[in-house]
Design a protein around this ligand. Sequence first.
Ligand code: ADP
Ligand code: AMP
Length: 214
Amino acid sequence: MNIILIGPPGAGKGTQAKRLVTGRGMVQLSTGDMLREAKDSGTVMGSRVAGIMARGELVTDEIVIGLISEKLDSLDGAGAIFDGFPRTLAQADALERLMADRGTPIDHVIEMRVDDEALVGRITGRFSCANCGEVYHDKTRPTRVDGVCDACGSTDFLRRSDDTEDALRTRLMAYYKQTSPLLGYYYAKDRLAVLDGMGAVDDVSGAIAHVLDA
Ligand code: ADP
Ligand code: AMP
């Protein structure tokens, strides 16, 4: 099964994707993670996108479609969770073509709805494990032992440089202008499921399971 998680920054896509990886053996394909990796390892492409990402704007379709198509080759039969991709209609069309060529269509597109005010709190309190990428929050999901990752025991944590109120404003605008038209696109294809992303993490996981197991 292949699914897309779609929602504004801070909706909980990464958190839920990680649960699906652990619980169902699916593979998380996050273009944000891929771009941050390219940036951190100092590739030419990474340095080209650094400023765009810091401002919260979208990088070009060509770059992210290239990244995704490379990763699809390494899926090895596992189901994919697209997290943060597609974000434009051109990306959605490219993904349709890539998946049709492989004979593995997208089964469900899950929209996670969260109020804008809640997103500010989620984004400004987010941090993650530098070793395994587990996602935490200062208030809603602190580590069980202060300063130690629940998942892998690492004591190194990261805060994203674009998790500021300023960059979030630009990221939200990009979401509403460029990404939200995809909701109509997938609705028309009868693949869209909408769920309330405001509930507790376990409740959101339950709602996703309900869609996947229907
Ligand atoms: P996204 O990948 O959509 O940008 P994340 O999964 O990184 O979002 O979540 C953003 C922040 O909100 C993180 O700090 C995460 O711990 C927290 N979070 C995720 N889901 C929930 C939830 N259902 N309730 C409260 N906080 C949440
Ligand atoms: P994310 O980790 O999904 O919040 O993405 C972080 C940043 O990476 C975004 O603000 C964009 O600058 C860039 N990015 C990630 N995915 C895409 C995409 N599919 N299309 C364009 N830009 C993207």
